[in-house]
Design a protein around this ligand. Structure first.
Ligand SMILES: *Cc1c(COP(=O)(O)O)cnc(C)c1O
Length: 400
């Protein structure tokens, strides 16, 4: 294993890697895993990636020490789908792709985070895990905890899509519905975890979910680069898209990809050029967009947050500064679309691609149209839309 230590993402304080922990003991911000990347780069060179059609193909930059602790359903390594018929509906010619995370186990990219987090929780001795969730994280946690033989304690808003509630119950989790938002659920976990002996796996409040999610960045590199990572020349043309649109709730996927790009640069796979990272939110829950527009590094809590794109209903993200730093450093932007636009886009994308996307992923299409109008996405650019989950979990919002 190539982990050296954990590091606070804000103050830089070093923490030991081999114990169960949540936030920075000094400033209370997220801890990130750091690796000996020279060693990792060599290990990649010695091992064919082709043998592993899951995100564990990147195990040299993932945290688990003993492979026997890996809890996996074969998550990740999702298809990057060329969406020419969808692109033809846009006013300029783009090289347009959908990265379809709906094909993951439990039908969302939350499986990427949970395979890493639950494998590490197992390795470090946790037996009870707890999470506040807007929906898909709960379904993924319930599944991975069941596979690992752990007890899962899940707190969700009572108006979470029905499918998310039922899947958790049917995979043996203890489900509590809360009359409130994910932030209220998070408070309950924080208050009770010590007395109950729960390990809190809230996103970015433990160091490993982001490690699983960062593999989306590694996959883009392989899928765009048409070759093995280690053969790519550093400093050459970047085998990454020009623009990435990401539906942002907690922002862990965006933060993870940004971390992956830095690691790849340090391993000599890419140069300093980065995709422009576009954070997309619902107009009725847009804390990151508001902070971006105000030029602020931290985002205030968004009052009365509401959207049918339940994964975007995160009024206050623990990693707000990491999202905003990445968006700004990449030359990207943050943009909001309203619920009517994103719900309509589910069907438009479906009819033009055959993919039944989640409303969160659908939000990216109206966002892309606005960016084209503003000339922030230009003709000929390569653009990836991250469809983070499947539409199948959102029947109440989509059936008429
Ligand atoms: C969790 C989730 C998101 C938001 O992802 P973050 O990385 O937490 O911002 C978007 N869409 C769907 C379907 C999700 O499940």
């Amino acid at each position: 294993m190539n982990v050296t230590h954990l590091e606070c993402a804000l103050c830089g304080l070093t923490h030991e890697a081999n114990t169960l922990q949540n936030l920075c003991t000094d400033c209370g911000k997220p801890l990130l895993v750091r690796y000996d990347l020279e060693k990792a780069a060599k290990a990649f060179g010695d091992r064919p990636l082709e043998c592993e059609a899951s995100l564990w193909r990147y195990r040299d930059v993932l945290p688990v020490e003993d492979p026997a602790n890996i809890v996996t359903f074969g998550e990740g390594w999702t298809p990057l789908i060329k969406a020419d018929r969808l692109a033809a509906r846009l006013p300029v010619r783009l090289d347009l792709y959908v990265k379809d995370e709906g094909q993951n186990p439990t039908q969302s990219f939350k499986a990427r985070g949970m395979t890493a987090a639950i494998s590490m929780a197992k390795e470090l001795g946790a037996t009870k895990v707890a999470v506040p969730s807007a929906g898909n994280a709960a379904g993924a946690l319930a599944a991975y905890a069941a596979a690992a033989g752990m007890e899962a304690f899940i707190f969700m808003p009572s108006d979470t899509p029905r499918a998310n509630i039922v899947e958790c119950e049917q995979t043996g989790a203890h489900v509590t519905l809360v009359d409130g938002l994910i932030t209220d659920c998070g408070k309950i976990v924080a208050e009770r975890k010590e007395a109950e002996g729960w390990f809190d796996v809230s996103t970015l409040k433990e160091p490993y979910r982001v490690e699983g999610k960062k593999t989306m960045g590694y996959e883009l590199f392989e899928q765009f680069g048409a070759g093995t990572p280690f053969s790519a020349a550093a400093g050459g043309s970047s085998p990454l898209p020009d623009v990435i649109l990401y539906p942002t709730g907690g922002g862990t996927g965006l933060i993870g990809m940004w971390k992956a790009f830095d690691e790849m640069e340090q391993m000599g796979w890419i140069g300093s050029k980065r995709p422009r990272m576009i954070s997309v939110q619902s107009a009725t829950c847009a804390p990151i967009v508001r902070a971006f527009e105000k030029g602020e590094r931290f985002a205030d809590e968004f009052e009365n947050a509401a959207t049918v794109a339940s994964g975007l209903r995160v009024p206050k993200a623990v990693g707000d500064f990491l999202i905003l730093d990445a968006v700004r450093a990449s030359g990207g932007t943050a943009i909001a679309v309203n619920d009517a636009e994103l719900v309509a886009a589910v069907k438009e994308i479906g009819a033009a691609t055959g993919l039944f996307v989640a409303p969160e992923g659908a939000a990216l299409l109206p966002a892309l149209r606005k960016l084209i109008t503003r000339e922030e996405v230009l003709p000929g650019e390569s653009v990836v839309l991250f469809n983070i989950g499947s539409g199948i979990k959102y029947l109440e919002a989509l059936q008429h």
